[in-house]
Design a binder for this molecule. Sequence first.
Ligand SMILES: Nc1ncnc2c1ncn2[C@@H]1O[C@H](COP(=O)(O)OP(=O)(O)OP(=O)(O)O)[C@@H](O)[C@H]1O
Ligand SMILES: [Mg+2]
Length: 300
Amino acid sequence: MSQFFILSVLLMEKTIGAFKQLEVEDFRVLAIIERGMGKYEHVPIDYIVKTYKHGLDGTIYRLDRLHSLNLLTRWTGQYIGYRLTVSGYDGLALGSLVSSDIIDAFGHALGLGKESDVYDALTPSKERVIVKLHRLGRTSFRQIRRLRNYVGDKNNISWLKASRISAEKEFEALRILFEAGVSVPRPKGYNRHVVVMDFVEGDELYLIRELRNPVKILNEILDNVKLAYGVGVVHSDLSEHNVIVKPDLHVVLIDWPQWVRVSHITASRYLRRDVYNILRFFERQFSIKTDLEEVLKKMG
Ligand SMILES: Nc1ncnc2c1ncn2[C@@H]1O[C@H](COP(=O)(O)OP(=O)(O)OP(=O)(O)O)[C@@H](O)[C@H]1O
Ligand SMILES: [Mg+2]
């Protein structure tokens, strides 16, 4: 197990551990600091006291609490100032999803992607969902570079802004695709850098060593790629890692933040690469040879 993995698991456990202890008043103070961060690099304690309206002692009590939960960093320069940590933003996003009845209880960490942390959770009506916390810039700036097209300030894009855009984009794709009948997890909601969607039971395609009818699965994946293309969406990061095979042997395509519209200048290149990745996997794993050009011709 890599050091990065252990560290990330610790961070996730800490986030959820801290989140479970938060009170309504804590969320208010976090939200005040979040707003203040639009104006200040370190949000001055005076600003927080004035906005929170619970006196100096009442405010310091909250700030100390949030600081000891690692949701804030404290700066002592010309004045005392605070900033939210990554866990602080997580807390705010998860808190908003809970108060808008999108999620209710948390389970455990399901997985660590390169660019996200995924948790198991339940909705108030006890449906199983996953909560995907987008974490861009953690391991690479590849995704951030790609996202620069979508933001105004092209040189200065923070992990948070990039992660928010990523979450918003993924939610938008899931909404379009789910409505069009493409096999993707049903989107439930999003807030800040966090997306909630239906939990899909099964295994990622790359883990599957034996299949009775691999051609049927290959065709189902390609049919879904074609259906998505028909409603203007190209996945752009499709591979055996982003296909879940359910116990009933139907497939679900996941991990959509980097999708592009078919009108995008690189759309046909990305479509080709998506299809190529899938064909290459089926050729290696199941010795199924399929002609890439033939498949692309049929995509329209
Ligand atoms: N809807 C879902 N239901 C069940 N498991 C899921 C779901 N979405 C994601 N997962 C699990 O979490 C993992 C990471 O999710 P996803 O691929 O969306 O994120 P990622 O960070 O972009 O991953 P990577 O960068 O490794 O491709 C998946 O490989 C899968 O195991
Ligand atoms: Mg993935």
